[in-house]
Design a protein around this ligand. Structure first.
Ligand code: HEC
Length: 107
């Protein structure tokens, strides 16, 4: 019996390890579409995801991804240099937004 529990615990632990090692959907999308201009914690051509997560709401982030031309103005930018990603579906936009918000500093 004891060995059976060890076996089950081992299977569960290695499953959790594999999940943690696999990049999230949001991280994959970030690497495919955003990384040239945004980095996770350092400013690049656009602001870092950490800075975005600390200053914006979920709604503002999602709106900027699909309509940066008008939304960037409401965020205080004078000019827009980010392309619209309106070919991404709702699930992909949510995954990206979750990924950005994961860089919010813990209080
Ligand atoms: C060609 C460069 C470029 C790419 C690619 C790009 N961005 Fe941006 N992004 C910018 C720039 C520059 C800004 C500053 C505002 C503007 O120009 O509209 C910005 C602003 C933002 C903002 C708002 C910043 C703020 O102050 O809150 C978010 C959110 C954002 N980007 C998310 C993304 C996501 C997610 C992707 C990938 C799907 C992406 N961006 C791809 C250049 C880019």
């Amino acid at each position: 019996m004891r060995n059976a529990w060890h076996w089950i615990a081992g299977v569960l632990l290695s499953g959790a390890y594999l999940l943690a090692a696999e990049p999230s959907a949001g991280e994959k999308l970030f690497k495919a579409y955003c990384w040239g201009c945004h980095h996770q914690t350092a400013e690049a051509f656009g602001p870092s995801f950490r800075s975005i997560a600390n200053h914006r709401s979920r709604e503002q982030i999602m709106a900027q991804i699909v309509d940066p031309e008008s939304v960037s103005k409401t965020l205080g930018y004078r000019r827009n240099s980010m392309p619209a990603f309106n070919d991404l579906n709702a699930t992909q936009i949510e995954a990206l937004t979750d990924y950005i918000l994961s860089f919010k500093d813990k209080k």
